[in-house]
Design a protein around this ligand. Structure first.
Ligand code: ADP
Ligand code: MG
Length: 606
């Protein structure tokens, strides 16, 4: 080591202690800091909580010319970082939509005067006329792009303004660019390097192994999940817990089920901001033990003692899954991640796929409507008669992939862009992400190793974790749930068998005759019916009648031909045609009997 690097190392250590107040670097932080200090472009991929911010903040402070522009996607993240830097006595400010104009002016003034070391902005800000010109005149020495996966069209948080960052930041060179993210797969990593035009970047990808998370994956039908969830959470050691639900509706209904057993809250993007904040604070503060949420919950949430993260359905991608379970056990103590899934979960994902990534033929139709003069979403909806949600996604995708643009007076205009190829690639990528998530769940490789391989971690030990369901065999939670699953299977078959003699039967009567006496709750019964319907083994039809002027709704259930064939294959029923014949015979004889009854009744009146 030369004298100069020796001096540098000691000066970097000095800044770590004196400015940031930390006693030592976390693994690899020093290497990254050195690289950024030397002026290299850097791609840093480390999990959430690993300490990525330090890797651009320390070099900025340690450099003589040190001042950094930080691009970050969320106001909450910006506020958090600015607050932390200021608490350390470092001059930092921010410009975003939540601030008043005078405050933003003041931030600009201080930046121009060289009084700020850090200026935080959202990516959209760089598109505001004049702002980039201003920065070009007062260049930063370093640029940090936080949550850089947003730049990639493969990343799940793809944002159009991130896409523009490459050419925009090019105007601020020779500043070196440090791109940071927690969720990039090798494909996204390549995309970040390309999009930001990073010059011979030093690439650091590590730290994905979480030694204290025991992952369990259970195949379990949707109808049995709430019951299993309650069993899992009954163990005090599993609280506090985050429960991820696949939809807002399921988040709401699950929270309602848990309410009288646990202190619990619900969180999703459909709720008013104020309510979300209140429930999040309650969870962070410890007055709520169970947070039932959609994936909208979690960004920037730092609660050290989360003991369990449970997924009530298959997540949409392995990256998302890793990010979500990463919120458990930040305190380093043992914690659990439990994933409940079944092949049927594919249906929900297919539904969202069609909604968020519509068929290219729909994009084509929307494009035509714009060509013919529709200038905004409502007009397109009116012209095509498609659902507003589908049109919204189609327009968004066309904007991103260059099929249309927003012209003067916010009117939509078509472009000659070759949107289709790039859109199809993005859509295919989404489909592959789903396939990878399912193959993760179905794989027999150590769960943690599987995740580490997924991210392409460069210096992992390659050892099995020893604590996941694959390494250890089923855990006590899995065994308990397995028991419920077996019970469910028996119940499913009993239910199907009970329906053999009938064309269809009123669901409520059937429950009261067969299941209530066995101590079953109505909810569990309905869960099983739901599962069997999802499997195509039985059908439900909604019915109603009027009593005392009020409409009473009920449903009838019956076996489908598949259901009858299923029972026949298991030796529990004669062939489908014989079953049908018996039903017809029975119906005929019961009609005969009732006719005979009527006849004798009328005869008695004579
Ligand atoms: P990331 O961006 O990777 O999710 P942050 O940069 O927000 O993580 O850091 C997570 C936490 O770790 C912060 O509270 C930060 O202060 C702390 N931290 C970072 N580096 C160190 C270190 N060397 N020693 C102790 N704490 C650290
Ligand atoms: Mg961060």
């Amino acid at each position: 080591m030369t004298d100069q690097s020796g001096r540098l190392l000691s000066s970097i250590d000095h800044v770590l202690h004196e400015v940031f107040g930390f006693s030592e670097f976390r693994p690899r932080q020093r290497d990254v800091c050195l690289s950024a200090w030397r002026g290299n472009d850097v791609l840093l991929v480390m999990p959430t909580g690993a300490g990525k911010s330090l890797c651009y903040q320390l070099p900025t402070v340690a450099r003589v010319d040190g001042r950094a522009l930080v691009v970050s996607p969320l106001i909450a993240l910006i506020e958090d970082q600015v607050g932390k830097l200021r608490a350390l006595g470092i001059a930092a400010d921010r410009i975003h939509s939540g601030r008043s104009r005078p405050d933003s002016w003041e931030a600009c003034r201080q930046w121009r005067a060289g009084q700020l070391q850090f200026l935080f902005v959202a990516p959209e800000r760089l598109g505001v006329p004049g702002f980039l010109d201003f920065l070009e005149e007062h260049k930063p020495a370093l640029i940090a792009v936080d949550e850089a996966h947003c730049i990639s069209m493969w990343g799940h948080d793809f944002r159009a303004d991130y896409r523009q960052l490459g050419p925009r930041l090019a105007r601020l060179r020779p500043a070196n660019i440090v791109a940071l993210t927690a969720t990039a797969t090798p494909e996204v990593q390549r995309d970040i390097v390309d999009q930001l035009n990073l010059k011979r970047p030093d690439i650091f990808i590590h730290g994905f192994r979480r030694k204290n998370i025991a992952i369990d994956v259970m195949e379990i039908t949707p109808g049995a999940r709430t019951e299993s969830l309650i069993e899992v959470l009954k163990d005090q050691g599993r609280l506090p817990a985050i429960v991820y639900a696949p939809t807002r509706k399921i988040a709401e209904s699950t929270a309602a089920e848990l309410k009288d057993k646990f202190t619990c809250g619900v969180f999703h993007a459909g709720m008013p901001t104020g309510d979300r904040q209140t429930v999040q604070d309650a969870f962070l503060g410890g007055s709520i033990d169970v947070m039932v949420a959609t994936i909208a919950f979690g960004m920037g949430v730092d609660k050290a003692n989360v003991r369990t993260v449970i997924h009530l359905a298959m997540p949409g991608s392995v990256e998302g899954y890793y990010q979500e379970i990463g919120r458990a056990g930040r305190d380093g103590q043992l914690c659990h991640a439990i994933l409940m899934y079944a092949p049927i979960d594919r249906k929900t994902h297919d539904y969202f796929l069609e909604l968020n990534y519509p068929d290219p033929a729909i994009l084509e139709r929307v494009l035509d409507a714009v060509k013919q003069g529709s200038s905004d979403r409502d007009e397109v909806v009116g012209r095509l008669g498609l659902s507003p949600d589908i049109v919204k996604s189609a327009l968004e995708k066309l904007l991103i992939h260059g099929g249309i643009r927003v012209g003067s007076e916010h009117r939509l205009e078509t472009m000659d862009g070759l949107w289709e190829r790039s859109y199809l690639r993005q859509r295919r990528h989404r489909v592959e992400q789903l396939a990878k998530a399912f193959s993760f769940a179905q794989s027999k490789v150590c769960r943690m190793l599987n995740l580490i391989h997924h991210f392409g971690d460069r210096d992992d030990s390659e050892e099995s974790c020893g604590i996941c369901d694959v390494c250890r065999g089923p855990s006590s939670a899995t065994k308990m749930v397995q028991q419920l699953i077996t019970e469910d299977q028996t119940a499913q078959e009993t239910l199907l068998e009970g329906l053999i003699p009938f064309q269809s039967k009123t669901s409520g009567n059937f429950f009261r005759e067969m299941f209530e006496p066995q101590g079953w709750s109505r909810r569990r019964f309905e869960g099983i019916v739901w599962d069997l319907e999802a499997k195509g083994l039985l059908f439900q039809s909604a019915q109603s009648f009027t009593k005392n002027g009020k409409q009473i709704d009920y449903s009838r259930i019956g076996l489908t031909d598949d259901g009858r064939a299923y029972l026949h294959d298991r030796g529990r029923a004669p062939s489908v045609s014989e079953q049908r014949k018996k039903i017809e015979d029975r119906q005929r004889s019961s009609t005969r009997k009732s006719k005979a009854r009527k006849r004798s009744y009328f005869a008695s009146l004579k």
